[in-house]
Unconditional design. Structure first.
Length: 402
């Protein structure tokens, strides 16, 4: 495990039914070598008994700012200094609001003000509460302060409704904790150019060759860079996703258009991430009118599209380049071959197949660079993107310093 990973985790548990999942989270974190201390709000103790957390964490559970024994030695300050990372899971709507307003009316919120460790929250609440403008405004405040927002996931909830508001699963949260960089995040002043989504290569005005990319992975990466302060330009193929806020989005259709727009936007960029699933071939002739069955050439002549990643790699000077590779088999061999052939500085390979990689809200990744690699297990694309941004920034800084 890297020295930069947080080891001492202060887990805040606020009041919500998802608090029962935090017991498993403690177990997952301790299995991964983390030392976990738990602080519960009064509401949380209505759902899970402190003894349960004490048993799984191996530490007494703190609940009360006015604990005379603990506070004889300013226990809350000691706890705030002890933590490498503070994670609140689940974070209820009420807890989220108190954090946004800087309240310090119980032990957990006081600790959050007193610590200089990074703070991550894993929200869990009813979908209407999550989508309420008050909650979203509080969330925006926390994001602007650099608080890491892990989740929520979408799906059926204990209240019987379905939508955004589920706590991320304990293995996903444990992976985020282990992968997250400890210490302060320096604001990112980088200029990042990114491609995302599929391309469409027309055969005639109504038919095209394309692939299953939904754009979710590229948009998540663009948002994760933006959240760290980067100036992001996203050249997107056709997707059903809305333009992410704070990001310059340019929509294109074909590989040629994506290629041309990338090269136009390239000067001054620090990082280029090629997340798009660019079609490798296009019909050699695109008819201007719909082809009838008997007029469609068989077999269909194809020609190669321009390779955008290789075109950027051959520029001088060139930005730091991140390639992606979607593989159905022999992932490592194919990824290493693409690293050598297309010459990105870092390559993110992901397995794709039914329900995996493409068109899915989740992904897993194996990251390669000359002389190293790192595996990231399957999780939602948002948190995965945060981890990737951490790795990309580390490798970028390493390149700058070497
Ligand atoms: O969009 P989602 O549904 O969220 O799915 C995400 C994803 C699976 C599409 C994404 O994570 C991913 O793997 N993107 C790259 C897919 C791909 O095209 O891989 P490839 O092995 O064919 O290409 C390798 C690299 O070359 C990629 O960085 C690609 O952008 C680039 N390339 C490929 C062809 C081409 N003509 N020009 C390119 O720049």
């Amino acid at each position: 495990m890297s020295e930069t990973r947080p080891r001492r985790i202060l887990l805040g548990v606020s009041g919500g039914i998802a608090a029962y999942k935090s017991v498993e989270l403690v177990r997952r974190l301790t299995e991964r070598g983390c030392d976990v201390q738990v602080v519960m709000t009064r509401g949380a103790t209505r759902f899970v008994g402190p003894l349960t957390f004490q048993a799984v964490s191996g530490h007494p559970v703190r609940q009360d700012l006015w604990d005379e024994t603990e506070e004889a030695g300013m226990g809350h300050i000691a706890l705030a200094r002890w933590a490498d990372l503070v994670l609140i899971a689940p974070t209820s709507a009420h807890c989220l609001a108190r954090l946004a307003h800087g309240l310090a009316d119980d032990l957990l919120t006081t600790l959050c003000l007193a610590t200089d460790a990074p703070l991550a929250i894993a929200p869990a609440m009813n979908p209407h509460m999550w989508l309420h403008p008050a909650t979203q405004a509080n969330l925006a405040v926390l994001k602007s302060r650099g608080v890491r927002i892990w989740g929520p996931a979408e799906g059926p909830e204990a209240c019987g409704e379905s939508g955004p508001g589920r706590l991320l699963e304990p293995p996903d949260l444990a992976a985020l904790v282990v992968e997250a960089r400890s210490g302060h995040k320096q604001p990112c002043h980088l200029r990042v150019l990114m491609t995302a989504g599929p391309t469409r290569e027309p055969l005639d005005p109504v038919r095209y060759l394309s692939n299953r990319s939904s754009g979710q992975m590229g948009y998540a990466l663009a948002q994760a860079f933006r959240a760290e302060g980067a100036d992001v330009t996203l050249i997107s193929g056709p997707t059903g996703l809305p333009d992410p806020s704070g990001i310059r989005v340019e929509r294109v259709e074909t590989a040629q258009e994506m290629h041309d727009r990338v090269l136009q936007s390239l000067p001054g960029q620090d990082i280029f991430c090629a997340v798009a699933a660019v079609a490798d071939f296009r019909p050699a002739h695109a008819a201007t009118r719909k082809l009838s069955k008997d007029k469609t050439p068989k077999p269909l002549p194809l020609e190669a599209t321009p390779d955008i990643l290789s075109a950027v790699s051959s520029q001088d000077p060139r930005p730091f380049i991140v390639g992606f590779a979607a593989e159905t088999h022999d992932l490592e061999a194919h990824a290493r071959a693409k690293l050598a052939h297309k010459k990105p500085d870092l390559l993110v390979a992901n397995p794709v197949g039914p329900g995996q990689g493409f068109e899915s809200a989740e992904n897993e990744a194996w990251v390669f660079w000359p002389g190293g690699d790192r595996r990231i297990e399957r999780m939602p694309k948002g948190p995965l993107a945060e981890i990737l941004v951490g790795i990309i920034r580390e490798r970028y800084e390493h390149r700058g310093g070497s």
